[in-house]
Design a protein around this ligand. Structure first.
Ligand code: SF4
Length: 433
């Protein structure tokens, strides 16, 4: 060992610390429709939001899509309210959802004419559970504060919380110009991007303070500052969280399509959520042709579940497969089990409390199969190339049987179902007595 050889610590007396998200420190906001009460912030679970892409004036199509998003797991659904025709339909959308037994709170997304729509359509103002206000799009010059004030007045009158949502693409230009001006007088001017960050954060917080001065409580205000790049989002939200304790809505805007959008949102949101920043999230994906709008909800649920913040659907651990995998049997089985668990969750949610935390493993060969299967609640290790055509099944860490033959998939599915009934059905039976 020479003098420059780095010293590597091979053992320590202290246990390795388990990573876990830092607690959130925000105030709590209640978003409510009838008996459906969704708390956002403080110790409430990180909430999932989504947004429809139907024409709100088409009440039937919008109600159907809201229902789909809610059933996929969205706890709050935002709809565009952009015209008098849309505002007129909002109470009917609400009525249809109530009739279908969907209590999910609706959020109205307002830009430019929100002050008029909320004043002229009181039934719309009442049927919504929260208003989204973009301070960059409420009006220019003298009209800005007046029109913002009219929206806040409606929120106070109907006792509705608001989200003050600033967006990189519609930033208050007067505020930005004034900050640029101040910046040019600095001995060492900031980078343009840093001025933009400041404008986003200042616009959100100043608007929230203005809303409070007009009669809103801090517990009725959620803030967001949406940008479209992960690093910008992280910079802006860290500062936002440092400067205020309002509940924060988190999301990358215009994240894009498919894999790129999913990865960009996941990368940005995961870092912030781990730091305890973000009380409600939305994954803004552009649906690919033919893709369901609910995909954004699926991705949001997966992000929270992967971080261990929430559990929505039993998880299936499957190995990636490699040269040891004999066929696509294990991929097919993993897919089948995953589909089965997801589709059944609608029924199971009420029937088997706690089932969403179940862990299933489907592995391709003996290398990691038995080990990974033992770590799951229930696991199967399929035979790899050159192995005996037998698939050991593990339950709660113990090998309980071996499956052989053509019907492994169906038999394993039955074993999973039996396990769920035995373990989670017991909870229902106990509480029923
Ligand atoms: S468990 Fe086996 S089949 Fe799966 S990736 Fe590992 S070595 Fe390959």
């Amino acid at each position: 060992m020479g003098p420059d050889t780095p010293v590597v610590e091979v053992a320590t007396s202290e246990p390795i610390e388990a990573a876990q998200p830092r607690p959130r420190r925000s105030r709590q906001v209640l978003v409510q429709w009838g008996a459906c009460r969704v708390t956002v912030g403080s110790n409430a679970p990180v909430r999932i939001q989504s947004m429809t892409n139907t024409d709100t004036a088409d009440a039937v199509a919008t109600a159907i899509q809201v229902k789909e998003l809610a059933l996929a797991g969205s706890e709050l659904v935002r709809i565009t309210v952009n015209t008098p025709e849309a505002a007129r339909e909002v109470p009917y959308i609400r009525e249809q959802l109530d009739r279908m037994g969907i209590g999910v709170p609706l959020i109205g997304d307002f830009h430019y004419n929100g002050h008029r729509l909320l004043t002229e359509f009181p039934d719309c103002a009442q049927a919504l559970s929260k208003y989204r206000i973009n301070p960059g799009n409420v009006g220019k010059g003298d009209k800005r504060d007046v029109q913002f004030g009219q929206m806040i007045e409606a929120a106070v009158r109907w006792n509705k919380p608001v989200r003050i949502g600033v967006n990189w693409g519609s930033l208050d230009q007067e505020l930005l110009a004034s900050l640029m001006d101040t910046n040019s007088r600095r001995a060492q001017p900031w980078d343009t991007r840093q001025v933009m960050y400041e404008a986003l954060v200042a616009s959100a917080i100043d608007s929230a303070r203005l809303a409070e001065s007009m009669g809103m409580r801090g517990e009725q205000i959620i803030l967001s500052c949406k940008v479209s790049s992960a690093q910008d989002l992280i910079s802006v939200y860290r500062e936002l969280a440092r400067r205020c304790d309002y509940a924060l809505h988190l999301g990358l805007t215009e994240a894009g399509m498919g894999t790129r959008g999913t990865v960009a949102s996941t990368a940005a949101l995961a870092i912030l959520l781990q730091e305890g920043i973000g009380d409600t999230i939305r994954v803004s994906l552009t649906p690919q042709p033919g893709e369901a709008r609910t995909q954004e909800v699926v991705v949001a649920c997966e992000i929270l579940q992967a971080l261990g913040l929430r559990a929505f659907v039993p998880s299936v651990t499957a190995c990636p497969g490699c040269g040891r995998t004999t066929s696509d049997t294990f991929q097919t089985l993993a897919q089948k089990i995953d589909d089965f668990l997801r589709t059944q969750m609608l029924v199971w949610r009420g029937k088997y409390p706690g089932v969403e935390a179940l862990k299933v493993a489907v592995m391709g060969c003996i290398v990691n199969g038995p080990g990974e299967s033992r770590h799951a609640d229930i696991g199967i290790s399929l035979p790899g190339s050159g192995e005996m055509p037998a698939a050991p099944v593990f339950i709660d860490g113990q090998k309980v049987m071996t499956l052989r033959g053509e019907n492994i998939a169906a038999e394993f599915q039955a074993i999973v179902l039996n396990y769920i009934e035995r373990r989670f059905g017991a909870v229902t039976r106990e509480t029923a007595h």
